[in-house]
Write a protein that binds this ligand. Sequence first.
Ligand SMILES: NC(=O)c1ccc[n+]([C@@H]2O[C@H](COP(=O)([O-])OP(=O)(O)OC[C@H]3O[C@@H](n4cnc5c(N)ncnc54)[C@H](OP(=O)(O)O)[C@@H]3O)[C@@H](O)[C@H]2O)c1
Length: 266
Amino acid sequence: MDIALVGPGRAGTAVALACVAAGHRVVAVAGRTPDAESTRIAAARFEARVVPVQFAGRGARLVLIATPDDAIEATAAALAQSLEPEALVVHLSGSHGLAALASITATRSDVAVGAVHPLQTLPSPDSSLAGAWAAVAGPAEVTDLAATIGLRPFTVDDACRATYHAAAVVASNHVVALIGQVERLASAAGAPFEAFEPLATAALQNSFAQGPKAALTGPVARGDVETVRRHLASIPSDEQAAYRALASAAQRLTGRDASEPSEVLG
Ligand SMILES: NC(=O)c1ccc[n+]([C@@H]2O[C@H](COP(=O)([O-])OP(=O)(O)OC[C@H]3O[C@@H](n4cnc5c(N)ncnc54)[C@H](OP(=O)(O)O)[C@@H]3O)[C@@H](O)[C@H]2O)c1
């Protein structure tokens, strides 16, 4: 397929590279502006022409919309009239469903729309999609597209899309934020940050292998209330809110209705 990449940033380039590896071709790149750095880099990389967003659909069988979430609707509206008959337009957002492409479905009954959200953190355009799952929406060809670029597709109802994306954010961004707290507390205690890697990695692996409840160890799981109290007395005040919130979540996981830890955690 000939592909137009609209929004040539991290996710768009990573998915376009996977499409190229699967035998497709990126023929056009449309960015925020024609001379934006990400536009120029992607166009050179794919040896594709730079086009304005409103002409991005011309000559493309597949249009990938990989702009920031908040720009998807306006981008879809801008390029709708340039689409070729039988084209497929897909966005990469986790939080939006097909409604974000409503301006296309309303005016172009001859094209198909879909969503492919790679369930992977892509911090750079060269990030790998290998092994990642993907939430898909739309006709069967969207599922096929995800599968051909090595993603493992599953469907999420449009109505549940925001909840699904919240889970994805917790699984990636919040885990990273939590490791930031590990780094700060380790530093405050004079312990090497890297010493916590096997601990964190095993906890994550156990959570998926055994389920979170079975994987939970530590003072909350044991009911060691005094240990929790000592932690709270020792850590800086600006670390306490996150500690309390996660210790409460751990307590919820145990399924116990223990009033004393709740009092300690506030
Ligand atoms: N990164 C991830 O981990 C990840 C994972 C899965 C899904 N996604 C989804 O992928 C999409 C893109 O995210 P990203 O992280 O790749 O963002 P990103 O790296 O910021 O890339 C966004 C790209 O869109 C361009 N752009 C911004 N506004 C535009 C507009 N109005 N018209 C055309 N191009 C525009 C940006 O240009 P400039 O460079 O000039 O700003 C940039 O090239 C989002 O829907 C996101 O939810 C991201």
